[in-house]
Design a protein around this ligand. Structure first.
Ligand code: SF4
Ligand code: SF4
Length: 546
């Protein structure tokens, strides 16, 4: 196997024997093959789309295929094989769609090569062998590390955007333009001999489309549950039976809250589910009791200690320990071999497991943190913020956020947040916030110094806030007193980075290490064009900013 799609890539270069994340070589090969299959589907769907014909089943399959291969989503070879069998059928459907569209238009049908010609092998071993032929390694051999790295940058961006588009789709928001771009970009990746400039341009277009996807998901979340409002969230348990919900899928949480209403079971958020407490449509449930634990990489010890059932929606799942294997469940596209999967949001088995578990014996202390600073809440007090900047009470804004991870160097983000001067405001989002969100930062004239914008997708909120500030000060985002200190781990962070680059945002500091697929020549282009820089030390970076 060879995989270098996330920040955990072994030795900073790539996992070759077994994934640091727990991905086995057979699953890695099946995932590579699924991306290849999605390209084959897209080759036909893109051409059919240009002739005005599309098919929702094909569109949605491409999203799910990409999202399934995101880091820490699906570790189950059975589920991967099922998707690959489905991929064969969906490709036939897309081919028929294209053939029908060509006939109708009177054009001549193009004879397609590459992934479009793939057919699924008859058995698992055959699929794994097919996957081994189409992984990143083969592209690195044929195209060289720079081109393969730029292709991987785009593939990662598409995977991240697909995850967001899938969440929006589940809440009823879809966009033909977005689907068309997925097909176009995958068709482009299926082509031969791409030039570096073309790849760079397609990467920036991926960032542009991801902005639309994040907007779509923002509209989906706020349309379903209202705009987040500043909310105090308990971070200590309450006495009683308990279910812990992790991941990013608000729809799963909503359904679980409905099904546990009046059942004497408290529901807690974990990891990226924390922002749910700010949504009026979710916080109205009195048994949404609080937040428990920290970011995804601490889940094994936290889930072990949690005396109830656990529901893992979307990433990031780690190998469950035997101590909680019987009381953890997956939903949506998440899968771990042998772990019970809840399809169609019927959570009775989760509730039963919670009732059978011990639950919390007593209330914890009354400790709370503040969440709910999406764009609507922050822009609602924009006058106050702008006035504070004008009279010098707020000197600078820092966006410190992104994914969290297991590397020891990530305490940089805690130390950086602590070092931010008292007359500066910190915006944060995604699970990177757990590095400092329980610290007391105080306020500036009633404006909290730490504003939690939400999940990683709520980078959209941070962008809206930055654009509004730029407009108020009659300047551009790069001229604002704003510094971006971002942490990345997996592919959603990549698509957000591409969005920021598409917006022309410069001077981003990225850490804790740079993606292994960004080769020195590609990094040079990013530095020249966007002045992107790896994080160094808190002292050095802070000195460079002021
Ligand atoms: S997803 Fe990350 S940790 Fe997992 S195999 Fe790939 S590079 Fe390694
Ligand atoms: S922000 Fe990134 S690392 Fe954190 S849980 Fe979400 S996907 Fe995983």
């Amino acid at each position: 196997m060879f995989c270098y799609q996330c920040e955990q890539a072994a030795r900073g270069t790539g996992c070759t024997q077994f994934g640091v994340c727990g991905k086995a070589p057979d699953v890695a090969a099946l995932q590579d093959l699924l991306v290849h299959a999605a390209k084959g589907v897209a080759q036909y769907a893109h051409r059919a789309g240009r002739l005005g014909v599309r098919d929702r089943e094909v569109d949605v399959f491409v999203l799910e295929a990409l999202f399934t291969t995101v880091t820490n989503v699906n570790f189950d070879a059975d589920r991967m094989e099922n998707m690959l069998r489905r991929a064969g059928g969906v490709k036939d459907r897309a081919r028929a769609l294209y053939a029908g569209a060509v006939r109708k238009s009177g054009n001549i049908e193009e004879k397609l090569a590459g992934p479009a010609c793939w057919t699924p092998a008859a058995d698992r071993a055959g699929l794994i062998a097919e996957g081994a032929e189409v992984g990143v390694d083969s592209r690195r051999e044929t195209s060289g590390p720079d081109i393969a790295g730029l292709q991987e940058l785009l593939t990662c961006g598409l995977k991240g955007a697909a995850a967001y588009a899938d969440h929006a789709m589940l809440l009823g928001r879809e966009s033909e333009e977005v689907y068309a771009f997925f097909h176009e970009a995958l068709d482009f990746l299926a082509g031969e001999n791409p030039k570096a400039e073309e790849l760079l341009a397609m990467n920036l277009r991926c960032g542009e489309i991801n902005l639309k996807v994040m907007e779509l998901l923002d509209a989906a979340n706020t349309g379903a549950y209202g705009h987040p409002v500043p909310t105090q969230v308990r971070v200590e348990p309450r006495r009683g039976k308990a279910i812990l919900v992790s991941g990013h899928d608000l729809k799963d949480l909503e359904e679980l809250l409905r099904q546990t209403e009046g059942r004497d079971v408290n529901v807690y958020t974990h990891g990226e589910m924390l922002p749910a407490h700010g949504y009026p449509g979710l916080k109205k449930h009195a048994h949404l009791a609080g937040n428990y634990g920290g970011a995804w990489q601490d889940q094994q010890k936290e889930f072990e200690a949690f005396p109830g059932a656990i529901l893992m929606t979307t990433n990031c799942i780690q190998q469950p320990r035997p101590s909680y294997r019987e009381r953890i469940f997956t939903s949506g596209l998440v899968a771990w071999p042998g772990v019970a999967h809840i399809a169609d949001r019927e959570f009775a088995p989760v509730i039963r497991a919670a009732q059978q578990a011990a639950g919390f014996a007593e209330d914890g202390p009354d400790r709370k943190i503040l969440v709910g600073f999406g764009h609507n809440a922050v822009l609602g007090v924009a006058d106050k913020v702008i006035e504070a900047v004008r009279r010098g009470a707020i000197r600078r804004f820092f966006l410190i956020g992104g994914c969290d991870g297991a590397k020891s160097g990530r305490n940089y983000y805690t130390r950086f947040a602590e070092a931010v001067p008292k007359d500066c405001v910190i915006l944060t989002l995604a699970c990177g916030k757990y590095r400092f969100n329980k610290l007391d930062f105080g306020d500036i004239g009633g404006i909290p110094r730490l504003l939690d914008c939400g999940q990683c997708n709520d980078a959209y909120s941070a962008i809206r806030i930055a654009l509004a500030l730029a407009e108020a000060f009659d300047t551009d985002v790069n001229s604002l007193p704003l510094s971006l200190i971002l942490s990345w781990y997996e592919q959603k962070a990549v698509c957000i980075l591409l969005t920021l680059l598409h917006l022309g945002i410069r001077n981003i500091r990225l850490g804790p290490s740079l993606p292994a697929f960004v080769t020195p020549p590609v990094l040079k282009v990013l530095v020249d064009k966007f002045n992107i820089a790896p994080v160094t030390t808190v002292e050095q970076d802070m000195a460079a900013i002021f």
